[in-house]
Design a protein around this ligand. Structure first.
Ligand SMILES: Nc1ncnc2c1ncn2[C@@H]1O[C@H](COP(=O)(O)OP(=O)(O)OP(=O)(O)O)[C@@H](O)[C@H]1O
Ligand SMILES: [Mg+2]
Length: 417
């Protein structure tokens, strides 16, 4: 029997689900876990591509190869169509996303015993905030990746609308609920209410390209990159004057999706040059080490872990652990420092929620519930930015990591009439 697979292709994590006896059913793609990291690793020794937790494990074990995470952020950009040689094949990033999705399909079929000719995929309301052309291109890119992955047909559902579907059971007549889905790459909002019988009525949806990977980036730039020479003084090749090290390398190194692009001879040469002319070369020597030993993702993981621990009220002395630079190296990340560094991003998220309400001409006081989903909705700065703007709304925590795939599974019933 050929069916429809619901796929939540996330910036950080992905999941798959189907409808079974009228109920959503998550298909575990990796052991028992309901989600798997959206990550790939081209293993140069075994000459194959690993996906998910296996890919991240290979990276952390220091295996020889190329790791990629955050690929969803590249959709719609010119980088998607750039090709490169990987394990003897010329591949572009659409191929790489396609191979990831093909593996999701293969595993879902193996676990469920069904075949899936069609996919109902989630999508952020906006892949790119201020650029309509890029936003459209992102959907073209993702559609092409599904086609190359072997799906005959693909349809899309806004991710927060899927989460609204998954939360319809708790809905009462008179409720006006706002889904707040804060993921790795985007923040997405859907205002919805009872639509009679088992239905929901979508009142408005909106989104902004800010998510947990942007939190990681901001914290890395503020806390880690100065240790690698960001803001260092560099002597001019001739004369005594100095200038500041250019920010571009550091900004890319702090950005999950951009890290693999730094591992080439040009960037290494530029960094070595900076080290040579730096007034205080110790920090830039660390940058050279990171590029040579390809430690960019290890740093990104360390920053992400630091962020999660600084957000956890039970952790009294949160740190970013940088053993990959030097055994025992660590940078403190007190909760109030993190809140300060992330306040602008949290405000952008809060403002996007207000825009959603404005689109629907709804006063904030009319919203009865805030339904938090997505991994980054667990961030206190996010919760505060929203509860501050909608103080009357009751906070309801949905299944943070699985509400969207549940809703997509439910959506498969009507996606292909
Ligand atoms: N306990 C936690 N505290 C704070 N942040 C967390 C926690 N757990 C996960 N995150 C963050 O949540 C993000 C991943 O969330 P999620 O899996 O919902 O994103 P995604 O669906 O892959 O991304 P998107 O929907 O934006 O494409 C990551 O940035 C991760 O660091
Ligand atoms: Mg998501």
């Amino acid at each position: 029997m050929s069916g429809t697979l619901g796929i939540d292709f996330g910036t950080s994590n992905s999941a798959a689900g189907i409808l079974q006896d009228d109920r959503p059913h998550i298909i575990p793609l990796e052991g028992e876990a309901p989600t798997m990291p959206t990550a790939v690793f081209f293993d140069y020794e075994e000459r194959c591509m690993h996906v998910g937790a296996r890919a991240s494990a290979a990276l952390l074990a220091g295996d020889e190869g190329r790791y990629m995470r955050g690929l969803k952020s590249l959709l719609g950009t010119r980088l998607m169509r750039e090709s490169r040689m990987l394990l003897g094949e010329r591949l572009d990033f659409i191929d790489i996303v396609a191979r990831f999705l093909a593996e999701v399909k293969r595993r879902a079929e193996a676990v469920s015993g069904q075949t899936f000719e069609r996919a109902l995929s989630g999508r952020p309301v906006r892949f790119h905030t201020g650029d309509a052309r890029r936003n459209e291109q992102a959907l073209v890119d993702l559609t092409e990746a599904y086609t190359r992955a072997g799906f005959g047909e693909v349809s899309f559902l806004n991710e927060p609308e899927a989460a609204a579907l998954a939360n319809r059971a708790a809905l009462q007549p008179g409720d006006l609920r706002l889904v707040v889905d804060i993921g790795g790459g985007t923040s997405d909002f859907t205002l919805f209410r009872h639509g009679g019988a088992d239905e929901i009525e979508i009142v408005a949806s909106h989104g902004v390209r800010v998510g947990g990977t942007d939190f990681d980036r901001r914290l890395s730039i503020a806390r880690v990159m100065p240790q690698l020479g960001r803001g260092s003084e560099i002597r001019h090749a001739f004369g005594k004057e100095t200038h500041l090290a250019p920010n571009a390398i550091f900004n890319d190194l702090a950005t999950w999706a951009k890290i693999p692009f730094l591992y080439g001879p040009d960037t290494l040469r530029a960094a070595t040059d900076l080290e040579k002319h730096a007034l205080h070369p110790t920090r830039l020597a660390r940058l050279v080490k990171v590029l040579k030993e390809e430690l960019g993702h290890d740093i990104a993981f360390a920053v992400e872990e630091g962020k999660i621990s600084a957000n956890d009220p039970r952790v009294s002395d949160p740190v970013i652990q940088l053993d990959m630079l030097k055994k025992g190296a660590r940078l403190s990340l007190p909760a109030e420092m993190m809140a300060r560094k992330l306040s602008k991003l949290a405000d952008e998220i809060g403002e996007a929620a207000e825009t959603t309400l404005r689109q629907a001409r709804v006063e904030p006081a009319k919203v009865t519930h805030l339904v938090f989903v997505g991994g980054s909705s667990l961030m206190r700065v996010v919760e505060e930015a929203l509860t501050h703007r909608l103080p009357e709304a009751r906070v309801h925590r949905g299944a943070a990591l699985t509400a969207i795939v549940d809703g997509l599974a439910m959506g498969t019933a009507t996606a292909f009439p």
